[in-house]
Write a protein that binds this ligand. Structure first.
Ligand SMILES: *Cc1c(COP(=O)(O)O)cnc(C)c1O
Length: 337
């Protein structure tokens, strides 16, 4: 029996159906633009998000990077959240490889939401002392939470008033769409570029897409090549991605229901605190009493489960976690606490 792995929604393995699609994928050399499966995926994603074009990238890190570099020149800056993936978790790539300075800002009361006033206040005047503010980067979902209704519109108004572009790290945009009932097209509408991940909850083994205007995607294409992301018969990966977009979006609701069930079950227990933001999409954040951490990891291991180590943990539901699995996880917590 396979292990129940709650560390991340990146741990999913391709299903038999997806593997069949991979095996039968039509391929060509994508550096020549010849791979029909890559082209089909890019067209599908562009259309789905209501944009002109899309670019298949091996990772979300690269997709965000080439997006930022397409918007910004050397000496420009992007405004970003203090714990945003595009600031904190991408090795400082935009600064290292593009000489683009991040201007990180603290969030307000809600994770992922930088108050628009604060964004406005951080935009720099045109003055030789300063980097040139060029771009605002948001993330949806952030910390498992969809951005609140109306927020993006407010930020877009600030961006428009100052001639700034907008980029969205939408690694889990489909979770936001399923949760809020809005289309990804609507959620993407105010952004000039959007990065989406196929290898998170959607269950593809590899891949992300940068979606946006033809101009931005063309520029990003050059950066992708330069950063070593020009892949040849990438259609075997793209076919899995297309399958994921066509088959695995609506079922994200199951992951959300499972996360909620997990959060609710844990709330009833002593020795574990369920933190804010839990169960909104596919994530649950808990603080386990220090004295129970060892017992929990022993029981989890014995039961064939993989949980993140430590006292402050993020548990993530996905394609390979069933409602029954959640019952078993709750039993393990119950036994340990
Ligand atoms: C996973 C993730 C990415 C991209 O990560 P890769 O591992 O490089 O594909 C970007 N942003 C967020 C919010 C993520 O969770």
């Amino acid at each position: 029996m396979s292990k129940i792995d709650l560390r991340s929604d990146t741990v999913t393995k391709p299903t038999k159906e997806m593997r069949a699609v991979i095996a039968n994928a039509d391929v060509g050399d994508d550096v020549f633009g010849d791979d029909p499966s890559v082209n089909a995926l890019q067209d599908f994603a562009a259309n789905l998000l209501g944009k002109e074009a899309a670019l298949f990238c091996p990772t979300g890190t690269q997709s965000n990077l080439v997006g930022i570099l397409a918007h910004c020149q050397r000496g420009d800056e992007y405004i970003v959240g203090q714990s945003a993936h595009t600031y904190l978790y991408e090795g400082g790539g935009a600064a290292v490889l593009g000489s683009v300075q991040p201007q990180p800002l603290e969030y307000g009361d809600v994770d992922g939401v930088i108050p628009p006033e604060k964004i406005k206040g951080a935009i720099k005047e045109d003055d030789a002392h300063f980097a040139k503010t060029k771009l605002i980067c948001l993330e949806n979902t952030k910390g498992g939470r969809p951005l609140p209704d109306g927020y993006v519109r407010e930020v877009k108004q600030v961006a428009d008033a100052h001639g700034l572009s907008m980029h969205l790290d939408g690694a889990r945009l489909f979770n936001a769409a399923v949760k809020t009932g809005q289309s990804v097209k609507d959620l993407a509408a105010d952004f000039d570029s959007v990065s989406i991940c196929l290898s998170k909850g959607l269950g593809a083994p590899v891949g992300s897409l940068l979606v946006g205007s033809a101009e931005i995607v063309n520029k990003a294409h050059r950066w992708r090549k330069m950063t070593g992301g020009g892949m040849r018969q990438a259609g075997i990966l793209a076919a899995a991605g297309l399958y994921a977009l066509q088959n695995n979006v609506a079922r994200l609701a199951d992951d959300h229901a499972n996360a909620q069930k997990l959060a609710d079950g844990l709330r009833d227990m002593n020795g574990v605190e369920v933190l804010d933001g839990s169960g909104l999409t596919n994530m649950v954040f808990v603080r386990v009493d220090e004295t129970r951490v060892d017992a929990l990891s022993e029981h989890a291991e014995a039961a064939g489960m993989i949980l993140p180590a430590g006292s402050n943990v993020r548990l993530v539901t996905h394609l390979d976690v069933s409602a029954d699995d959640i019952e078993r996880v709750l039993e393990v917590f119950q036994k340990s606490l």
